[in-house]
Design a protein around this ligand. Sequence first.
Ligand code: ATP
Ligand code: MG
Length: 254
Amino acid sequence: MSLLELNDATIKFGGLTAVNSVSFALKKGDLFGLIGPNGAGKTTCFNIITGVYKPTSGEILFEDRPITGTPPNKIAKLGIARTFQNIRLFKSLSVLENVVVGGFLRHHTGLFSALAYLPPAIAETNRLKEEAMELLRVVDLEHVANVRSADLSYGMQRRLEIARAMATQPKLLLLDEPAAGMNPMEKEELNRMVRKIRDEHNMTVLLIEHDMRFVMSLCERIVVLDHGEEIAQGPPAEIRNDPKVIAAYLGEAV
Ligand SMILES: Nc1ncnc2c1ncn2[C@@H]1O[C@H](COP(=O)(O)OP(=O)(O)OP(=O)(O)O)[C@@H](O)[C@H]1O
Ligand SMILES: [Mg+2]
């Protein structure tokens, strides 16, 4: 049984086919990579998986049920959470509050109801705070729990996004360029964290990343897009030596 399946997923924006008949499947517990040059359609894949866009054709299945065209809040409730390529934190809220808000979204549908509930629902807030602290420990941010998220370094903000996505207790975690802007040491830490999230928090992970060393050392299977087309799929050792992949990345280090 697959956890997530894309069957010939296609989306067109006017004359541009951003994702063209892409098919891949993730099993529960997979650490799966989605790579490709700029504009290949990677983020758009996340957008059609999470219901931001409805595919023009093709089908998306989650736990063997079709979710094509399901609105984003329902998809989140089914157990899919994501981070964004362009970090989307509540900048004036503290690190801890950002994760607590993520947890609220598990019980309430909209962000506004989540924020409105913050002061009154004390019991729930305390429980969520404890859970949030646990998650901050996972991404090594507990020491900055009360810092305004805008004051964090870029790398820390990326890790906070992951903790916030995890607060909805997803089965599937989609990470859009989690290592972007990180230094080599932070990337190594992140590598360890993502593995731990999969191993100890029982989450399946699909991640987009440009850093080839990072993807190849972390992911067990990789799908490669180029101009919306799927050009290769397989384990890192195969992908690294695939002539089509090398050609797509010509000029970039693979
Ligand atoms: N809402 C939209 N309307 C029109 N075109 C779009 C829209 N969203 C994405 N595109 C186009 O679809 C193509 C794929 O974009 P996408 O953001 O998925 O690429 P990507 O693989 O994530 O690239 P990057 O590595 O630069 O983030 C691009 O040509 C982009 O301009
Ligand atoms: Mg992108």
